[in-house]
Design a protein around this ligand. Structure first.
Ligand SMILES: Nc1ncnc2c1ncn2[C@@H]1O[C@H](COP(=O)(O)OP(=O)(O)OP(=O)(O)O)[C@@H](O)[C@H]1O
Length: 277
C-alpha cells in the first residue's frame, strides 16, 4: 500500500492539514502516527481507512481494511454478539467461524456475558471492547486503530497489544495513534510524526464550506459472498443483513464498480449522501 503526494485540506481556502505525504506501507508494517493535538492524526487515519479521500495525491494498493474509530457509533439496533458476527461475515468469515469469532473475542476481552446485550445498553468500557473486537474479526490486511486502547481496562489493553503483534507478524499492516508513548514498546515500529500547523482557523470556521461529502452505499450481499478486498473501511451491518459502507464521494464510483463487477455481483440498494456529523 502506498500514499503518493497525499494532501488534505477541508475546503479550497482552508489550511492544509496534511501535505505532500509519501508513505510506503509494506506488509508487516507497524506504524505509529504521532503529533500534537490538531496535527491531523485522525485525518490521516480516516484517509488510510478509506472513509475520507485526499484533496490531492493518491492512495493505492489498499488491502481489506478494518478501522477502529475514535468514537464508536453504538446506535445500531442489534446485540453485541450479532453485530460482531455480521462484521465477521463482512470480513470474509463463514457463518460458523464468524459466530465463533464473535464469542471468542468477547470472551478474550472479558465481555462474554454481554453477547446478548443490545449495543445501546453497553457501558462505555464494554462498547469500546466491542469496537475493538469488530476490527479484529477476520484477518484484514490493514488495521487502523485510532486511540483504540483508550477506555479499555488493563487486561483488555494487553489483549489488544498481543493481537496487534500477532497481526503484524502475520503480514498485516497496523497503523495506530495512542496517547501512551510506551504503547507497544519493544516492537519494531515505524513512527510518522505530523507537523504542527499554527494559525489554523477553528474547526467551526472551516467546517461549513469545507466538508468533503461522504456517501452511504447500502448493499445486499449475494449468498455466501464477502466484501471484495480493498473497499473502504468501516462497513456496518444493518439489522436486515444488508451492509452500509461510508465512503468519501470521490471514491463512490470506484466502490460501486468493484461491487457490481465482483462475482457474483452485489445488489446496490441505495446510494445517499451521509448526514453531516
Ligand atoms: N470535518 C472537518 N472539517 C473541517 N476541519 C476539520 C475536520 N476534521 C478535522 N478538521 C481540522 O483538521 C485539524 C486536524 O484534525 P484531526 O482530528 O485530524 O487532528 P488530530 O491530530 O487527530 O487531533 P487530536 O489529537 O486532537 O485528536 C483540526 O484541528 C481541525 O481544524
Amino acid at each position: 500500500m502506498r500514499l503518493t503526494g497525499v494532501g488534505r485540506r477541508y475546503g479550497p481556502g482552508g489550511p492544509w492539514i496534511l501535505r505532500d505525504l509519501d508513505l510506503d506501507l509494506p506488509e508487516g508494517t507497524l506504524l505509529r502516527v504521532e503529533g500534537a493535538n490538531g496535527s491531523g492524526k485522525s485525518t490521516l487515519l480516516r484517509l488510510l481507512a478509506g472513509i475520507d479521500a485526499p484533496s490531492t495525491g493518491r492512495i493505492t494498493g489498499r488491502p481489506r481494511t478494518a478501522y477502529v474509530p475514535e468514537r464508536f457509533p453504538a446506535a445500531l439496533p442489534m446485540t453485541a454478539g450479532a453485530y460482531l458476527t455480521h462484521l465477521g461475515r463482512v470480513h470474509g468469515l463463514g457463518r460458523a467461524a464468524a459466530s465463533r469469532g464473535a464469542r471468542e473475542w468477547l470472551e478474550r476481552f472479558g465481555a462474554g456475558a454481554y453477547a446478548g446485550t443490545p449495543l445501546s445498553e453497553l457501558s462505555k468500557g464494554t462498547s469500546q471492547k466491542v469496537a475493538v473486537a469488530q476490527g479484529l474479526m477476520g484477518t484484514p490486511g490493514l488495521l487502523v486503530l485510532d486511540e483504540a486502547w483508550t477506555g479499555l481496562d488493563r487486561a483488555s489493553r494487553g489483549v489488544l497489544d498481543a493481537a496487534v503483534r500477532e497481526r503484524v507478524a502475520g503480514g498485516a499492516r497496523v497503523v495506530f495513534v495512542d496517547h501512551d508513548p510506551g504503547r507497544l514498546a519493544g516492537e519494531p515500529c515505524a513512527v510518522l510524526r505530523l507537523g504542527n500547523h499554527s494559525a489554523r482557523p477553528a474547526f467551526e470556521d472551516t467546517a461549513r464550506s469545507a466538508r468533503q461529502p461522504t456517501m452511504h452505499i447500502v448493499v445486499e450481499p449475494p449468498p455466501g459472498a464477502v466484501l471484495p478486498a480493498g473497499l473502504p473501511g468501516a462497513p456496518e451491518p444493518l439489522s436486515d443483513g444488508a451492509i452500509r459502507l461510508t465512503v468519501a464521494r470521490p471514491r463512490t464510483d470506484d466502490t460501486l464498480r468493484t461491487l457490481l463487477t465482483s462475482s457474483p455481483p452485489w445488489h446496490i440498494r441505495s446510494v445517499t449522501e451521509a448526514p453531516h456529523p
